[in-house]
Design a protein around this ligand. Sequence first.
Ligand SMILES: Cc1cc2nc3c(=O)[nH]c(=O)nc-3n(C[C@H](O)[C@H](O)[C@H](O)COP(=O)(O)OP(=O)(O)OC[C@H]3O[C@@H](n4cnc5c(N)ncnc54)[C@H](O)[C@@H]3O)c2cc1C
Length: 411
Amino acid sequence: MSLDTGLAPGHRAVVEERLYGVCDYYDAESLLSDDERRVLGRLRSFLDEKARPLLAEYWERGEFPQQLAQPLADLDLMEPAELTGAGPDRSPARGIYHGFRIFELARTDASLATWYTAQAGLFRTAVRVGASAEQQAEWMPKVIDFSLKGVFSLTEPESGSDIAGGLLTTARREGDSWVLDGAKRWIGGAATADVLAVFARDVADGQVKAFLVDREADGVTLEKIHGKTALRMMQNAHTTLEGVRVPESMRLHSVNSFRDVAAMLRAMRSDVAWIAAGIQAGAFEAALRYVTERRQFGRPLGSFQLVQEKLARMLGNVTSSLSLVVRLTEQQARGIYRDQDSALAKMQTSLLMRETVALAREVVGGNGITLASDVARFHADAEAVYSYEGTHEINALIVGRALTGESAFTR
Ligand SMILES: Cc1cc2nc3c(=O)[nH]c(=O)nc-3n(C[C@H](O)[C@H](O)[C@H](O)COP(=O)(O)OP(=O)(O)OC[C@H]3O[C@@H](n4cnc5c(N)ncnc54)[C@H](O)[C@@H]3O)c2cc1C
C-alpha cells in the first residue's frame, strides 16, 4: 500500500536513495564483516520485496502471513552457512550481526521480528540454557533450521510481572513422566508451534521446572486471543493444561529453579531492546519519507522548522537506542551478563520507542492513523513491545535494585 503524496516517480527514487541507511546514523553496521553484511542484505531484499507488500492487509485481518514463514526459515538467518567457521559465535561482531538481524526485521514490522525472536530468541534460549548437553545435541539443529518450532510459555492469567513468586502451573512426577496442570497466557506463536516450553512448579520441591509439551498432547487447549490492537499479525494464545502427560526425557534437565529461568530472561531482553530500536528506525524512515513528499502551504512538510525539530528528536532516539544495544551486545559477547544491563536496555529503548513512534505518527497527520502509512502500524505495535518481556516498571525495579541494593519488589 502506498500513499499518494503527489510526488513524481523520479523524485521518489531520489528520496529513497537519500533515506537508505539514514537510521544507522553513526554506521554501527561497519562493525560487521562483509559476509555478515551480505546475509543481512539478503534479508533486507526479502523483507522489501516479499514481506512489505503484505503487511497492512494482514495486520488488518489479524492474521500472520504464513506464506512468509518457510521462506524466512530458508534464509538460514540463525547460523548462516557462510558465517560458520568465521569465528566463535560469541565474538563481539557476531553478536552484533544477531542484533542487526532482529533490527532489520523490526524495522520492517514488529510482528515479523516478534515471530522470529519467538523461535530464535525465546525458544532457542530455553533450549540453550535449559537443555542438557545430550538434549541440546538432539534438538538444537532442529531449532536452528525451524524443523522443531517452539514457544516460551511462562506468563499465566493471574501472574505476569510477579511470575517468579506467582507461578501456579503444577508439575507432578509419576514414574517416568510428569503430569502438568494450569494455564498460560499470551503465548506468542503457540498455534503453529510443534512444542510449548512450559514452566511449572514441581509440587514435590516447590521449584520451577521446564518441559517441552507437544501442542497436540491430550489435555492441551489453545485459544487465540482476539481483539488485539497491537501486534495484530502475531498470534497469541491462552493455553490450558489439564492432566497433560510429559515424559521425563522432555523435561529441560538444566532448569531446576526460577534462577535458571531468570538466566533465560536476561539473555532474551537484549533481543527486545534490538526490536525497540528497529521499530523506531522503521517509524522514523516512514515519517521522513512522508514529510519529504507531502506538501502544505506550497512547501514540503519537511521544510518547516517545527517538523525538522521532531525529525531530529526521532533520529536522536534511534541513534541512542542503536548505540545502546550495540554496546550491550559487545559486553555480552565478552561474557558479561547482568540482569540490570539488559533490563536497562529494554527499559530505555522502549521508552524512546514510545516517543519516536508518537512523533512519527504526529508528523504524518491524519494519514498517520491509517494503515496506508507504515507509521500507524509501528505506532500501534510499539505498545505490545513496551509491555512484553518485562514492563517498564519491572525493568526499572531491576535496575533500581542493582543501584541501591534494595529490592522494591514486594513479594
Ligand atoms: C503481545 C504479547 C506477547 C507476549 N508473549 C509472551 C510469550 O511468548 N511468552 C510469555 O511467557 N509471555 C508473553 N507475554 C506476556 C508478557 O511478558 C506480560 O504481559 C508482561 O510480563 C506483563 O505482565 P501482565 O501483562 O500480566 O501485566 P501485570 O503484571 O498485571 O502488570 C500491569 C501493570 O502493573 C505494573 N506493575 C506490576 N507490578 C508492579 C510493581 N511491583 N511495581 C510497579 N508497577 C507494577 C506493570 O508494570 C504494568 O504496568 C506477552 C505479552 C504480550 C502483550
